[in-house]
Design a binder for this molecule. Structure first.
Ligand code: PGA
Length: 248
């Protein structure tokens, strides 16, 4: 299974910044990609520009969210069909920032994942516990609940990616220990057997939360860690590339 290194640009950068970052990545890709699949998820407004720059490279483009409907009266929203139309292959769903900022719950994330799949996109479904939940010893239970609630039953393994992102590790510089990551990813892998069935070992499980060049090799070298979802460090082409180059 080829690891997936996904950059989540979040709500960062004006169009000139997006252009410069995409052009830098394109220049680096000319000499070939590291041993992984590389994906960038810019803000919606920059997707067309970034996809245009990266056309002809092997770097893929994705969205950071999509609506449950294909089109219609949903002011301010974007559909999976629109993302697909611009060349996206993936969409991040249920990120903890969307769960917190927009009150997204598991049922909504699942409906979005179904819509994404219907639009031909691979959903990257995010799960992860808060610091309080971890301190209370509830991390695995929370992740199991989110996973069972957010992942549509019977999805094809190759058309699904899970990202484990402990909320307390996102943007904080604090990273989960390799042991914690291994424990959670093993649990996710086990739960996927019931959710995906046949081929569940082919679902890629990414780790996310303060991944940077200095810790990438150790994290990516752990069992059942099939890539990374990278926020802050994906905004610097050099760092993002160094993380990708850390894939075993
Ligand atoms: P971070 O964000 O790498 O800045 O911690 C990760 C994410 O939220 O996807």
């Amino acid at each position: 299974m080829k690891p997936l290194i996904a950059g989540n640009w979040k709500m960062n950068g004006l169009s000139d910044d997006a252009k410069a970052l995409a052009e830098d990545l394109k220049a680096r890709s000319a000499a070939g990609l590291p041993a992984c699949e590389l994906l960038v998820c810019p803000p919606f407004l920059h997707i067309a520009q970034v996809a245009g720059i990266l056309q002809g490279t092997e770097i893929r483009v994705g969205g950071q969210d999509c609506h449950t409907a294909g089109s219609g009266a949903h002011t301010g929203d974007v559909s999976g069909d629109m993302l697909r139309d611009l060349g996206c292959g993936y969409v991040i769903l249920g990120h903890s920032e969307r769960r917190a900022d927009h009150g997204e719950n598991d049922a909504l994330v699942r409906a979005k994942a179904e819509a994404a799949q219907a639009a031909g996109l691979v959903p990257i479904v995010c799960v992860g516990e808060t610091a309080d939940q971890r301190a209370a010893g509830e991390a695995l239970a929370v992740i199991a609940r989110q996973l069972k609630g957010s992942v549509p039953v019977g999805m094809a393994a190759e058309r699904l990616v899970i990202a484990y992102e402990p909320v307390w590790a996102i943007g904080t510089g604090q990273t989960a220990t390799p042991d914690d990551v291994v424990e959670v990813h093993r649990e996710i892998r086990k739960l996927l057997v019931g959710l995906v069935g046949e081929g569940s070992d082919r679902v890629r499980i990414l780790y996310g939360g303060s991944v940077k060049p200095a810790n990438a090799a150790e994290l990516l070298g752990q069992a059942n860690v099939d890539g990374a979802l990278v926020g802050g460090a994906s905004l610097k082409a050099e760092d993002f590339w160094a993380i990708a180059a850390s894939c075993p």
